[in-house]
Design a binder for this molecule. Sequence first.
Ligand code: GLN
Length: 198
Amino acid sequence: AVRVGVLSLQGDVREHLRMLEESGATAITVRRVGELESVDALVVPGGESTTIDKLSRAFDLRDPIRQRITEGMPVLGTCAGMIMLADRIVGGIAGQQTFGGIDMTVRRNAFGRQIDSFETDLEVDGLDEPLHAVFIRGPWVESCGAGVEVLATVDRGEAGVHPVVVRHGPLLAASFHPELGTDHRLHQMFVDDVRARA
Ligand code: GLN
């Protein structure tokens, strides 16, 4: 089985471990460089991107993760994890850094205060049935480069239509929380891609 790590500095780690196991992967927590070195792929969970950024530096994981991304390690980032995979962010705090890798600009807390949490059934390219998506103070993709595939968008009326699932080579990112609930199809898509690249 492919071995997939979940970056376990902060955020909803357990739910991702379960989804990955249900998708046929061996899932482990990653808090140290040695653990990072042992995995074929990584999930960066939702939580708080400013905290994940700070802790990844405190745990000396930031540079090794950036290095692995440069070498082509597949990564799935959800919500705060999507922010961590963005080359550029809007609405970050002073000094906030990301791992980068996806040629996109994301807007943090993009959906606004009144509607910052909501659920919707989302059409995702590559999935035959809509995916129930739970958004919790998530980002959206403000703009992305030509190499980035948009797999799903959300229409916020006057606020516009924005990508919420994107893929850039081995990197997959979602604005919402596919690890909540029982539907593991997005994780399955990721694990299948990891296996195909292994
Ligand atoms: N708003 C959070 C951030 O900026 C993300 C929220 C989440 O992951 N649920 O990191």
